[in-house]
Design a protein around this ligand. Structure first.
Ligand code: KIV
Length: 282
């Protein structure tokens, strides 16, 4: 496996060579460590942590401090993968000044992690930490300001979880001609604004291909078919840790079942005196 840290240039080269970019969400140190060890390119600290970790109904209650807290844990577990942190609801919508200050705060806090290798030598290559924000054309001036501040920005188009209620809930975007045209136009504008990649969430696969072919920066799909330059899943969905899987999810494990069984066995062992045994005692 490659040992060099993943940068925005690494991702661009992957697109140019037709190599797929691999992305999963991570919200904590152990998951980030395993994701990094497995050779994934990007650990996305998604604001989906609102639902899958904090138990909210949506991403809206997630705060900047929540994102700082979880991003720090993910950075601690990462040696090679790029870490992308979602800017939470209302941390960038009020305008470019507030957005650049909040993006700067998030990056500064996350970067202030003293990395040490297992043998206690400091890591020589620093990992890339970036932010992601949702929205098209109307976010251009905000993205330009954050990029100008030296912070890599990932865009997010298609179904935008923060504005889902405005569009009648989570649904596929870009089925109509006008919606498809808008998404394509937005992607070009985001590229122009300086994003290094764009997440396409819940869009028809032919539109995802059209966008992928039309822009030079990588597209990262979720529920966007096979033609994107890379793919992302919410790790809790992939592991079977959070409710019934959506159509776009491939579930690779049933950790809920495994954990439930382990908890039940443990409780039973404690109740019946099987645990702790002699072998666990001092
Ligand atoms: O918050 C998140 O996990 C995301 C992915 C769905 C792309 O934004």
């Amino acid at each position: 496996m490659e040992s060099k840290t993943v940068t925005t240039t690494t991702l661009l080269k992957k697109k140019q060579k037709g190599e797929k970019i691999t992305v999963l969400t991570a919200y904590d140190y152990p998951t980030a460590k395993l994701l990094d060890e497995a050779g994934l390119d990007i650990a996305l600290v998604g604001d989906s942590l609102g639902q899958v970790v904090l138990g909210y109904d949506s991403t809206l209650p997630v705060t900047l401090e929540d994102m700082v807290h979880h991003t720090k844990a993910v950075v601690r577990g990462t040696r090679r993968a790029m870490v992308v942190a979602d800017m939470p609801f209302m941390s960038y919508q009020a305008g470019p000044n507030e957005a650049v200050a909040n993006a700067g705060y998030l990056i500064q806090e996350a970067a202030a992690i003293s990395h040490q290798t297992e043998d206690r030598k400091p890591v020589t290559e620093t990992i890339t930490i970036a932010v992601k924000l949702e929205g098209g054309e109307h976010m251009v001036s905000t993205i330009v300001r954050i990029v100008e501040a030296g912070i890599p920005v990932m865009g997010h188009l298609g179904m935008l979880p923060m504005s889902a209620t405005r569009f009648g809930g989570a649904r596929v975007h870009g089925k109509t001609k006008s919606e498809a045209e808008r998404i394509l136009r937005d992607a070009k504008e985001l590229e122009e604004a300086g994003v290094f990649a764009i997440v396409l969430e819940l869009v028809p696969k032919d539109l995802a291909k059209q966008v992928t072919d039309a822009i030079s920066v990588p597209t990262i799909g979720i529920g966007a078919g096979p033609h994107c330059d890379g793919h992302v899943l919410v790790t809790s969905d992939l592991l079977g840790l959070y409710g019934a899987p959506f159509k776009h999810v491939k579930q690779y494990a049933d950790l809920s079942g495994t954990i439930l069984q382990a908890f039940k066995e443990y409780a039973e062992d404690v109740r019946t005196g099987k645990f702790p045994g002699e072998e666990h005692s001092f």
